[in-house]
Design a protein around this ligand. Structure first.
Ligand SMILES: [Zn+2]
Length: 267
């Protein structure tokens, strides 16, 4: 019988019947794995805590027919504080959806797991960090790790160094445009393939923040701060950048933004 021993983070959970769950677990060696948890919704199950969303555990999975199932588990971290705060909870849910989208089955991606663990830890424990800074940095870093790293130092058309004035950033082509190239560009608002171009105006401070997020060690990538107006620009840019490159948005992102703006509403 096939058996896997691995650390893993639960990034999606679906109830199956009264007591079971179907889980998506992000692992360092095997990418995302679909795993069944027999009876894990029962209080009597010894895998109940390991089989919860955001739990990071040492697992033993065994294969039976189509799916792996949890044969053994030992929970290491559950980022408990996230569950006390509806904004954090909804952001963590969105981050898990992004990870689920980026991870491939049976393709090793330890960097994505490390990004998730570091970001969930910050969300749970670093009270001084602005939640929007965490979201924006995560979105941009996740896009870069997924292979969408843009040019950040120079105009993507003429190569002039940028960084001392506000510029337009060409999202889909992944580079800034200097003022001169911007003035020469045709004004039909279309990319060469005929699709509508996506541009975001960003500042030198935001460019510097993007460079930091992209290039620092994953354990340090949230160690920066921005004034509120610059953070709002970073936030808009990072969301536009990730969502445009993934070519779809997420219901969980809409939910997080609704909670952030309106708080909890009861219908
Ligand atoms: Zn230029």
């Amino acid at each position: 019988m096939e058996e896997i021993k691995t650390m893993g983070l639960v990034i999606r959970e679906q109830s199956v019947g009264e007591a079971d769950k179907l889980l998506t677990v992000l692992t360092p060696e095997y990418g995302k794995l679909l795993v069944t948890g027999k009876g894990v919704q029962s209080l009597r199950s010894r895998h109940m805590t390991s089989a919860q969303l955001f739990s990071y555990s040492n697992f033993v999975f065994k294969k039976s027919k189509k799916y792996f199932y949890i044969a053994d588990s030992d929970m290491e971290e559950c980022f408990f504080n996230i569950r006390y705060d509806i904004e954090k909870l909804s952001l963590a849910g969105y981050m898990c959806d992004v990870a689920c989208d980026l991870a491939l089955e049976n393709v090793s991606d330890p960097e994505l797991l490390r990004l998730m663990l570091n970001t969930l830890y910050a969300l749970a424990n670093k009270k001084h960090l602005d939640i929007e800074l965490i979201r924006a940095a995560f979105e941009f870093r996740a896009a870069c790790q997924a292979g969408f790293t843009p040019i950040l130092e120079e105009c993507g058309i003429c190569g002039t160094e940028v960084g001392s004035y506000d510029i337009l950033f060409d999202v889909m082509n992944g580079h800034p445009r200097c003022v001169k190239c911007q003035s020469l560009i045709k004004k039909d608002g279309l990319d060469p393939d005929g699709t509508a171009e996506i541009t975001v105006k960003i500042t030198p401070t935001v460019i510097a923040a993007l460079r930091f997020i992209e290039s620092s060690q994953v354990s340090k990538y949230l160690s920066f701060s921005l004034p509120p107006d610059e953070l709002a620009i970073l936030s808009h840019f990072a969301e536009t950048y990730l969502i445009s490159h993934l070519e779809h948005s997420f219901t969980s992102l809409k939910y997080y933004k609704n909670i952030k703006i309106n708080g909890i509403t009861y219908e």
